[in-house]
Design a protein around this ligand. Structure first.
Ligand code: IMP
Ligand code: MG
Length: 187
């Protein structure tokens, strides 16, 4: 695994510091809305699982977690395909009236995942809907999709680690890295 790494883009300490900082900002923003805010976190699986696990432990707010899965990078794809929504979206409550929802994803690339899930959540009439991503790629499609919280803006490169995968591997790497080109066969 280590021999497949071309370079570390964001190391674990930088990630931890920034996640803590972002959590403070989110907490302050929710407190501004409501003295005792109650929120619903909607993490998009699988890529956001490590980010969300770290983030929520720095959010001292009363919350419920509703996991959903969407995949737009099946298998060895390193460019976005059409987003596929998992059936667990059906498990979301029919109405989110009264809930302050925070949608969390790993990376904003083509923007279609966040856009699709935001539309589905908005239709459930939440009290508010905020979006949070760990990474945002510096490409036009990503910059055009509005999001409320971004931990890091990164170059338009394929990255893995800290939850992000290539063919479902490398999610356990603690740093966010770029793989060697001979490892990634963009089929
Ligand atoms: P979007 O719908 O194109 O914005 O893509 C978002 C999803 O594609 C993310 O939730 C990831 O699962 C996946 N993705 C996009 N870029 C990368 C990458 O560089 N590495 C790993 N997965 C990625
Ligand atoms: Mg994903």
């Amino acid at each position: 695994m280590q021999q497949d790494i071309e370079r570390i883009l964001i190391d674990r300490h930088t990630i931890a510091n920034r996640v803590r900082e972002l959590a403070e900002q989110i907490t302050a923003d929710f407190h501004e809305k409501d003295e005792l805010p109650e929120i619903t976190i909607v993490p998009i699986l699988t890529g956001s699982f490590i980010f969300v696990a770290d983030l929520i432990r720095d959010l001292p707010l009363r919350m419920q977690i509703r996991l959903i899965s969407v995949s737009s990078y099946p298998g060895k794809a390193t460019t976005a395909q059409e987003a596929q929504i998992g059936s667990d979206l059906d498990d979301l409550p029919a109405s989110l009236a009264g809930s302050h929802v925070l949608l969390v994803d790993d990376i904003l690339d083509s923007g279609q995942t966040i856009k699709l899930v935001s539309e589905i959540l908005s239709a459930k009439n939440p009290a508010s809907l905020k979006t949070c991503v760990l990474l945002r790629k510096q490409r036009e499609a990503a910059m055009q999709q509005p999001v409320d919280y971004v931990a890091f803006d990164i170059p338009d490169e394929f990255v893995v680690g800290y939850g992000l995968d290539y063919d479902d591997y490398y999610r356990n790497l603690p740093d966010i890295v770029v793989l060697k080109s001979d490892v990634v066969d963009d089929a």
